[in-house]
Structures are given as C-alpha cells and as structure tokens.
Design a protein around this ligand. Sequence first.
Ligand SMILES: C[S@@+](CC[C@H](N)C(=O)[O-])C[C@H]1O[C@@H](n2cnc3c(N)ncnc32)[C@H](O)[C@@H]1O
Length: 241
Amino acid sequence: VKIMQSENMGTLYGIGVGPGDSELLTLKGYRLLQECNVIAYPKKNADENSYALGIVREYVNQTEKTMLGLVFPMTRNRAILEPKWRETVETVWGYLSKGQDVAFVTEGDPMVFSTFIHLGRLLKELYPQAKVKSVPGVSSFHAAASQLQVPFADGDDSVAIVPATRDMEQMKRMLELHDCIVFIKIAKVFDTILDLLTELGLEKNAFVVTKVTGPDEMIWTDASELRGKKLGYLTLMVVRK
Ligand SMILES: C[S@@+](CC[C@H](N)C(=O)[O-])C[C@H]1O[C@@H](n2cnc3c(N)ncnc32)[C@H](O)[C@@H]1O
C-alpha cells in the first residue's frame, strides 16, 4: 500500500535556471519544465515579477501550465513568516498529493542560498512522505568567473562564498584566509566592505557584477567607483588575490 501511495504522489523539483542568460539552463531542467504541469516561482509580493521565471519564460507555455506564484515575504519577522510559509507548503502539497509534479524555478542553483531549501525542508517536516528532488543550475558566482574572466581557483587556491550579512570580523577573517572570496547580498553594506578592503590593501582586487549574464548585466572592475551608490539585490563582489 505504501508503494502505491508514493507512486501516485507527485514530486517537488527545484530547478536551477541559472543567473540570467536563458541558454544557461540545463537540458534536464528544460525537460522537466516541459513535463511538469505545475510551474511554481518565487516572488517577494503579490504583484511583482519573478526574476527566475523571467529567465525561462520562452520555454514555458504559461497558458497550458498551472502557474503558481508563491509569495515569500522578505522579512525576519516570524509572526509574518511562519503562517505564510505554512500556507505555501499546504498549496504545494495540494498538488503533490493529487499526483501532480511541481517544478519550482530557482535563480542560480537551488541548493545554494535559495528559497527552495526552506520550502523543501518545511514540506518534509510537515509531510515526511513528500518526494523532493533538485536539478543543479549555474550559480551567480560561477557565471561571474566567466563574465569577468577571473579564474576563481587554481592549484591549491581556496574559495569562500560569504553572505555579507556576517559581522565585519568574520568577513575580515575570510578575506585573510582565502585566495578568492565572493561576497553575496552586499547591497546594504557595500561601503563598509570597501572600507575593509582598503584596510587590507585589497581594494584593487575587487570586482562587482549585477544581474550576471542577463540582458541588464553590469560589471565594475573598480569597485571603489560604486561608493555611496545604491546597488540592486542581485549584485555580488569577487575579491581575487
Ligand atoms: C539568495 S542568494 C541566491 C543565490 C543563487 N541561488 C545562486 O546559486 O546564485 C542571492 C544573492 O546572490 C547573488 N546573486 C544571485 N543572482 C545573481 C545574479 N544574477 N547576478 C549577480 N549576483 C547574483 C547576489 O549577491 C544576491 O544578493
């Protein structure tokens, strides 16, 4: 009976769609987008476009699919987050339990700093029988290496991927320890990172990329030009020694 049940159940797929260029989707990701009837995508609020969905728009026939926009509020307030997350999990489970596969598109890779991680985890917590899989995608930092033509690692080099939400002491330690450091989520603390780079004599080693490989990509090879400027959320910094 158990086997029957799980055979009739749909799978939640986290599909990495890459960082912007729609040609960076994998063939496996493409196939699953064709095969799954329900395409879920993350958005910050009800009337905002999804960057991830935009990347694969040309491959998804939105009139034939069930399009499921899932709102993930950008807040740390648990009283807002928890009921909203639960509601989202219940919505997804509604499809899976009826035997429908759900493809959740994620920008970059689904297992790297993504909403899919939390969605999959909470789904498994509430419904341990749920089937969850993911298809890797090209991460923003992988794409940045190619766009900048800056090799991230060679020989014995080590690389660190660091959310700039860490405290300054920790970020400084990362800069001292590794040969290549990628800071993500830098927009709000950008000037403070610049100060840290100057302190360590690394200001000439920093590159900044926004919306890497996408149609609106921007690259700065001199990070100090950006001091005091407002940066978009999809911006990262590469520091290469
Ligand atoms: C929540 S993480 C998502 C990471 C994503 N799953 C990946 O594999 O690249 C968001 C942060 O990653 C970086 N990022 C994501 N996509 C980007 C892009 N297309 N261009 C530049 N930076 C990006 C930014 O620093 C952003 O604040």
